[in-house]
Unconditional design. Structure first.
Length: 134
């Protein structure tokens, strides 16, 4: 029965070789799928790069146009020292202007009340005269 042992050993080695062949075949078949995936990624990259380059060119054209318009309108004038507001002087006059506004307001109220009182007095005297004549 040594020949049976030899057959079994041969069969085991044959099965191991078949597994190795199947593994290698699977790897070989996977290579084209990886290549197709790589090509898809490369196409997507090229498309996005082209869009980016186009947008970058447009941005540069806009910047050049804006610079030209600014140079044309500005004529090269630059403000070296911006104007400053003197808050101290304004604050000194706040109380003066507040007092003046309050005084004018009170004068208007007084004039309004005195006119109203004069009208009321005139109406009352007219009414008194009309009642006494009857």
């Amino acid at each position: 029965m040594p020949w049976l042992t030899a057959i079994q050993t041969g069969r085991k080695s044959c099965l191991a070789k078949e597994w190795q062949i199947a593994d290698l075949t699977e790897r070989i078949n996977a290579i084209p799928m990886a290549e197709v995936g790589l090509q898809a990624i490369d196409r997507e990259y090229q498309t996005k790069k082209l869009n980016y380059d186009n947008l970058l060119a447009q941005q540069q054209k806009i910047d050049v146009g804006a610079d030209a318009a600014k140079d044309f309108q500005g004529g090269g004038i630059q403000v070296v020292d911006p104007a400053t507001c003197r808050n101290v002087r304004w604050r000194r006059n706040v109380s003066l202007w507040t007092a003046a506004g309050f005084g004018i307001g009170m004068a208007l109220v007084f004039c309004s009340l005195s006119c109203r009182a004069a009208t009321t007095i005139h109406d009352q005297t007219t009414e008194d005269r009309s009642t006494t004549r009857v």
